[in-house]
Design a binder for this molecule. Structure first.
Ligand SMILES: NC(=O)c1ccc[n+]([C@@H]2O[C@H](COP(=O)([O-])OP(=O)(O)OC[C@H]3O[C@@H](n4cnc5c(N)ncnc54)[C@H](O)[C@@H]3O)[C@@H](O)[C@H]2O)c1
Length: 314
């Protein structure tokens, strides 16, 4: 055996041993996942959950500062990436933050262009961005607020999915989209007419998109209920209005966090599991839907609501 042959044999054994010692790949390693709504609440928790599984996260929000904040939290934990010369994007490591208004198609297109420059493609898109507009004191919702509610909760989610579909089609690789609807989509309530109707439309949007985008892309949703902690959807005024509506004792002097806790405890008590629902509970279901664990599920909405009898499908 000549020296070269001996080297080749030994080298390969050493190389093989080295490869075996590498830690096993994480479930979402090398995946690029866009989380729209990552600046707060469920979106922020989702960004943190998915990066733990190895994914690179594009944190997107209308509020650029909060999108960057989530990206920075991830970078602080998982380390910097390398910059892309000439792109203006200084970091394409574990996360980047981008601003986007999902109600404006050109804004969504620009966001995806920046994602392409930073990472070169996408594997999944999660949309948690949404709004709840309460009615006025007379219980009325002005037309412009009705329109805004639908523009974000329905049309915006559609635009994000539609633009993603163009990329998925070009890539020719399997992808996943997860939207966020609500328990209210099927439980009609007083005081949330526009929101509930928009979420019912979003439920059907999931099914329509699943049909349109099959077989390459799976489209599903989570339907949360009453996630008070971390959500910007429960400002002090809304919490006080709800505590009053449900005759829960409180004092005007109480800190907002204490009022929010009271409401969360009340909501938990009326569910079948009696458990408080956290942003992380929604993030867990979203992780299952983007991963291969639910690779055979598309066109469905998974309730993460603690068990609401009124929300059972008939
Ligand atoms: N929190 C709950 O109890 C609850 C219950 C049922 C359903 N949901 C749904 O879950 C989703 C997330 O809720 P959350 O509690 O995390 O809300 P949140 O308000 O804490 O976060 C939503 C994020 O979406 C962003 N956003 C709003 N409009 C946008 C736009 N036009 N473009 C881009 N981003 C935009 C906001 O800036 C915010 O950071 C929403 O769709 C909501 O309707 C929440």
């Amino acid at each position: 055996m000549d020296q070269q042959e001996a080297f080749d044999i030994e080298y390969w054994l050493l190389e093989d041993a080295k490869l075996r010692r590498q830690p096993p790949e994480k479930e979402l390693d090398r995946q690029i996942i866009v989380v729209v709504g990552a600046g707060a609440g469920i979106g922020k928790a989702t960004a943190h959950r998915l990066v733990r599984e190895g994914a690179h996260i594009v944190c997107v929000d209308l509020d650029e500062a909060s999108a960057n904040q989530t990206a920075q939290e991830i970078i602080a934990k998982y380390g910097e990436g390398i910059g892309v010369a000439g792109t203006g994007i200084s970091d394409c490591g574990p996360a980047i933050g981008l601003a986007c208004d999902i109600t404006v198609r050109s804004s969504v297109q620009q966001m995806y262009e920046a994602v392409m420059l930073a990472y070169g493609g996408i594997d999944a898109v999660v949309v948690t961005a949404g709004i709840f507009v309460p009615p006025d004191k007379a219980g009325y919702i002005a037309d412009r607020l009705w329109e805004k509610t639908f523009a974000i909760n329905v049309t915006g989610a559609y635009i994000v999915a539609d633009e993603a579909n163009k990329i998925f089609t070009q890539q020719g690789l399997p992808g996943a989209i997860v939207l966020t609807t609500s328990a209210n989509a099927i439980v009609a309530k007083k005081g949330s007419l526009a929101y509930d109707s928009s979420k019912a439309a979003a439920n059907h949007l999931v099914r329509e998109l699943a049909v349109e985008m099959a077989p390459l892309v799976r489209v599903n949703a989570v339907a949360p209920a009453t996630v008070v902690r971390g959500s910007t959807m429960f400002p002090r005024d809304r919490v006080i209005a709800s505590l009053t509506k449900y005759a829960i004792p409180f004092s005007e002097e109480e800190e907002t966090e204490s009022l929010r806790e009271k409401l969360a405890v009340f909501y938990a008590k009326r569910s079948l599991t009696q458990l408080q629902i956290e942003p992380e509970d929604q993030a867990e279901a979203i992780f299952l839907l983007v991963s291969q664990r639910l690779a055979r599920t598309t066109g469905h909405v998974i309730p993460v609501d603690g068990g609401l009898q009124d929300g059972f499908l008939r």
